[in-house]
Write a protein that binds this ligand. Structure first.
Ligand SMILES: [Zn+2]
Length: 162
């Protein structure tokens, strides 16, 4: 990147911070020749590759609508879904990949959803982790029970077998 003042080609980054919504990085740069400072904004495109091989830009509202289905009948608000989608996007961007499989987006949802609602988590996990038997649910519930810290906390209800 050229220095906008003297056109020198070598600049160094003196500060970087990720924008609040996680979609861009602001950098302060300093020209190594004239030592003047300027700012740049870098935003990365993030693509989701579908099973068909087609790719499309990552969209939080798609994450939200997918998770919303798993949250039917659960006390989860749209605000919480929005925050979940934001955290999912951040966790994907943290991996540094420019492209991610649609399936991996689902996998990235799991740890975030688990903190939000256990029943919705189990429903979602049943799809993305490919549960095909009651044993898979039992296994997941056992994992959840083992990870829960406070003793005597109510265990998650089993999702209807439908
Ligand atoms: Zn310069």
């Amino acid at each position: 990147m050229h220095c906008p003042f003297c056109r020198h080609e070598d600049t160094k980054v003196v500060d970087s911070r990720v924008q609040e919504d996680g979609t861009a990085i602001r950098r302060r740069r300093q020209c190594t020749a004239c030592e003047r400072r300027f700012g740049t904004v870098e935003s990365a495109t993030l693509s989701v590759v579908k099973r068909s091989g087609a790719s499309e830009p990552f969209r939080r509202d798609k994450v939200m609508s997918g998770v919303r289905k798993a949250c039917q009948g659960r006390p989860v608000t749209d605000d919480q879904l929005g925050l979940l989608a934001q955290r999912v996007e951040e966790s994907i961007r943290c991996t540094g990949q420019a492209e991610i499989d649609a399936h991996d987006v689902g996998m990235a949802v799991l740890p975030v959803l688990r903190e939000l609602d256990l029943v919705a988590y189990l429903r979602f996990a049943s799809v993305y982790r490919g549960f095909d038997s009651l044993e898979d649910f039992e296994q997941a519930i056992t994992e959840l029970r083992q990870e829960r810290v406070p003793a005597g906390d109510r265990a998650p209800e089993v999702v209807g077998a439908g």
